[in-house]
Design a protein around this ligand. Structure first.
Ligand SMILES: [Zn+2]
Length: 314
């Protein structure tokens, strides 16, 4: 934010010094001259002569402030506070603060394209995308339970069912850590659902990069994928054979990929396109996924737009 405000101020100064024909008064009489700009003196005179000018300028300030706020996602960094809700029966499930922080670090790298594998040799380098967000560990709530697994019916999100209610879900990303069971690594709620169940759920064994994080899902990419859904991204294969993910720059996929697909893997869908098997919204092992496309980034940014379903996060 500070950076944008500074650059906005710099622009205002530049604008006033170069764009007002009456004030191009740079003093250059001798070699020791200092740069001079009479803009402010001229402005003061104009303010005296034009009683409405101050009012118009005050209005520009209000509009500038509004513009800066509304464009946080484009020009600035959108901060997303993350609340972890950890439900544990065993001490292993009660994962450490360091493991939770390692997940925050992965989210920050993966969404901003600063992950070390971002520059992997990739036939889809030209459509890679990054979004200017910063995830911040806001709070950690922990609760001991007797449940061995939680399933996918949102019980972990309800204190009445032994779980933990979300904290400020319209302004904070709630992330439940628990044993889900049934081979499910995690799940997310898409934008538009009820606030009471909003957020992502990721199994403790697939959260972060240290502690109990288990190969081949030990690089924190389960949460990258789930937060992608939370920001309105669909699975890259469109959840049906050769389906659509509503993104224009991703190719058609037959179905989900798993493991780490061979380089050059193509779909058998119309035109046999090269699949984007390295995309976070596929189902590959963590080490096989390392990019969002720019079309996906546009969809995520739209979710945070002024009329978007996640506008309350701005
Ligand atoms: Zn998914």
């Amino acid at each position: 934010m500070k950076k944008i405000i500074l650059s906005a101020l710099a622009l205002v100064v530049l604008f006033s010094c170069s764009n007002d024909e009456n004030t191009n008064a740079v003093v250059t009489e001798d070699a020791n001259a200092h740069r001079g700009c009479a803009s402010h003196e001229i402005l003061e005179k104009q303010l005296q002569n034009d009683p409405k000018l101050a009012e118009r300028m005050a209005q520009f300030e209000i509009e500038a402030e509004k513009f800066i706020k509304e464009n946080r996602i484009v020009n600035g960094v959108l901060e997303i506070p993350v609340v972890f809700n950890v439900l544990y029966r065993t001490s292993a499930e009660n994962i450490s603060q360091a493991q939770l922080q390692s997940q925050i670090d992965v989210l920050n790298k993966d969404f901003t394209g600063t992950n070390t594998d971002y520059n992997s040799s990739n036939p889809y380098n030209s459509v890679r995308g990054a979004i200017n967000v910063r995830f911040v560990l806001d709070a950690v709530y922990r609760k001991s339970t007797t449940k061995t697994s939680w399933g996918t019916n949102d019980a972990m999100k309800k204190s009445s069912q032994g779980g933990l209610n979300p904290t400020s879900p319209t302004t904070k990303l709630n992330y439940w850590v628990c044993t889900i069971g049934g081979g499910i690594l995690g799940y997310a709620q898409f934008p538009g659902g009820a606030s009471a169940t909003d957020g992502v759920v990721v199994d403790s064994k697939y959260t972060g990069t240290n502690g109990t994080a288990a190969f081949p899902f030990n690089l924190g990419r389960t949460a990258t994928h789930e937060v992608g859904h939370w920001m309105n991204l669909r699975h890259i294969w469109g959840d049906t054979t050769c389906g659509s993910d509503l993104v224009s720059d991703t190719p058609t996929h037959n179905d989900a990929n798993s493991g780490v697909p061979a380089v050059g893997h193509r779909s058998t869908c119309s035109g046999q396109p090269l699949e984007m098997y390295m995309n976070y919204m596929d189902y590959t092992d963590d080490r096989g996924m390392y990019m969002f496309s720019s079309g996906q980034v546009s969809r995520m940014a739209a979710a945070f737009g002024s009329t978007g379903p996640r506008a309350s996060f701005r």
